[in-house]
Design a protein around this ligand. Structure first.
Ligand code: DON
Length: 563
């Protein structure tokens, strides 16, 4: 009998797992999924101290700035979606970087008008005014439960006393050894005696700890005013950067209406402008919802073809219409309009790929208008969920640590359309709507997403990967919701990507059956194999949302911590 009593929790768990949560561990009280084990455990600890998902997401994000410097940050920006048990129904905060007030767009161009890539992505000149600290502080002010200093404290301690560098961080630092040696302030932290910090060594970051003490004690003012602000402005002034004290003082995060649309009977909430993520993913999924996708699988050429054709159309519109909504017309509603998408869908043929040069942006009906990145998901036992993506753009951002302040500045200026027709680091060609203007937010592809079903959380997810974020998130949703895969499978299945220009169908190397690729080539797709495809973090929920499980993409070093 005793044996059966011991077996009971196991049986119960098995029973609970029946609705597809087959391969994942199930939690009821709290769960943190992030790109780093230490940071996920900090978040879990905050939940155990009585903090809610918002407290935990802030603590985790701040800890990532210490333990995951290639993307975790104080010097970048991002977006978060928040579903709380008592608010309506999902809110969105934009803490994207802004172009400095005295920006000179010509700085990025040579005499012939060509983009000087190094200027767009290296050094303080490539940085926008950071938004992360203001964004986290504002989220916490509105929804947090613990004191702000309790939420910041673990990150400050990690910076101060240090942590043991693991295999993933050591390998990444070694990969970027030359980049990290370019600025003395950066090399002093990550490159000692000519070699990057090794696995098993303790990494202490005293300057970063000092910056975090000021944030812990003074909140957002500890970053945007006083000592840290002066260090940022002085550093920029000394090295071709544009960020000034007044840019920092006046930086404001913005609460915005999320993009909301229906796919397969699900209520999807995702990032609005200045991220293109929500609109582009919305177009793709709404077009695909017109087809009976469930008769295919994730590896079938018919599905990959239809997805690719939809993505081609959506990315063409991205270039033409999307940019900071505070600086131009917001086309989101017309681009997601059903009649408009019906007209766009007419060009899709099932027996032949279209050529991107024949596909132009559509003409949405404006009369209908009313108006290296990392993703974290936290859920708590009270029904709160946060899905947050933030970034300093490329790995280690501008590669420049602010001297004396210990954190890397972003290189987000490259996300603007610096020169019409010239692609950025992600091969994206931007248009007039995304040209550089003072104080403007550069267009993003980050796509933090929360999906509700019958008003309960169903899935929360997001990813790094530049333009590939959008297709990675969309494919994970389709794998889970339409193909009925477990969350683990939905995230690990091979991915593919098309963004109109260049006219390539990128497929994850060694991911797809040769026969599938052959059919796609025969349809006329220019199939190109590529390594590593984003790093999706996701949490799925039971029907009433009362228990949940998380998955960190096996492509990265992420970690699920729950209880
Ligand atoms: O906001 C954006 O779309 C880009 N700055 C994101 C960069 C990114 O995902 C890099 N990670 N691989």
């Amino acid at each position: 009998m005793r044996r059966y009593v011991r077996l009971f929790p196991l049986l119960l768990l098995l029973l609970l797992s029946c609705d597809r949560m087959t391969s994942e561990k199930v939690f009821r009280k709290g769960l943190v999924v992030s790109s780093d084990r230490i940071a996920s455990e900090v978040g879990l600890d905050i939940l155990k101290q009585g903090g809610n998902a918002i407290d935990a997401v802030c603590a985790t994000a701040l800890s990532l700035a210490v333990t995951f410097p290639r993307a975790g940050n104080l010097g970048g920006g991002g977006f978060a979606l928040i579903h709380t048990s008592d608010s309506q129904p999902v809110s969105f905060i934009d803490f994207r970087e802004t172009a400095p007030g005295n920006i000179n767009p010509k700085y990025y161009l040579d005499d012939s008008g060509k983009v000087v890539r190094a200027r767009a992505i290296v050094g303080p000149g490539s940085a926008g005014t950071p938004g992360t600290v203001a964004g986290l502080y504002e989220m916490h002010r509105k929804y947090g439960q613990l004191q702000w200093n309790q939420v910041v404290h673990p990150a400050r301690m990690l910076a101060d006393t240090g942590f043991i560098v693991g295999a993933s961080l050591a390998a990444s630092l070694a990969d970027y050894s030359d980049d990290l040696s370019q600025f003395r302030s950066t090399a002093e932290i990550f490159v000692k005696d000519g070699r990057t910090v090794q696995r098993g060594e303790r990494l202490r970051q005293e300057d970063l700890a000092l910056s975090l003490v000021l944030i812990e004690e003074k909140g957002r003012d500890g970053f945007y005013l006083g000592e840290t602000a002066v260090k940022i402005a002085d550093f920029c002034q000394a090295q071709d950067g544009f960020i000034s004290l007044s840019d920092l003082e006046s930086y404001q995060p913005v609460w915005r209406e999320p993009v909301r649309f229906n796919y397969a009977g699900l209520d999807i909430f995702t990032a609005p402008l200045p991220s293109s993520g929500g609109v582009v993913m919305g177009q793709i999924l709404k077009i695909l919802d017109r087809y009976e996708l469930s008769k295919y699988t994730a590896l079938r050429s018919e599905y990959i073809h239809l997805f690719t054709e939809s993505a081609r159309l959506a990315f063409a519109d991205r270039e033409a219409y999307l940019g900071d909504p505070d600086f131009g017309h917001d086309f989101s509603k017309s681009l997601l309009d059903d009649a408009y998408l019906t007209s766009r869908t007419q060009s899709i043929r099932t027996d032949q790929a279209s050529a991107s040069e024949d596909v132009q942006p559509g003409i949405p009906d404006q009369s209908r208008e009313s108006d290296n990145t990392t993703h974290l998901v936290v859920a708590d036992g009270a029904g709160n969920v946060v899905s947050l993506t933030y970034t300093i753009n490329l790995n280690y951002g501008s590669k420049a640590v602010v001297a004396g302040a210990g954190f890397l500045l972003n290189n987000e200026m490259d996300d603007f359309a610096i020169a019409v027709g010239q692609p950025n680091a992600f091969g994206l060609i931007g248009g007039e709507a995304n040209k550089i203007e003072p104080k403007k937010r550069m267009l993003s592809s980050m796509t933090p997403t929360i999906i509700l079903k019958a008003n309960h959380p169903y899935l929360a997810l997001g990813s790094p990967g530049g333009s590939k974020i959008i297709t990675a998130v969309a494919q994970t949703i389709i794998n889970y919701a339409t193909f009925g895969e477990s969350l683990t499978n939905a995230i690990s299945l091979p991915r593919f990507h098309h963004q109109w220009q260049p006219d390539n169908l990128f497929v994850e190397r060694a991911g797809f059956p040769a026969a599938t690729l052959e059919v796609l080539r025969a349809l006329g797709h220019n199939v190109v194999e590529r390594d590593r495809y984003s790093e999706v973090m996701g949490v799925s929920f039971s029907e009433e949302g009362s228990y949940f499980s998380g998955v960190a993409d096996a492509r990265g070093s992420g970690y699920v911590a729950g209880y």
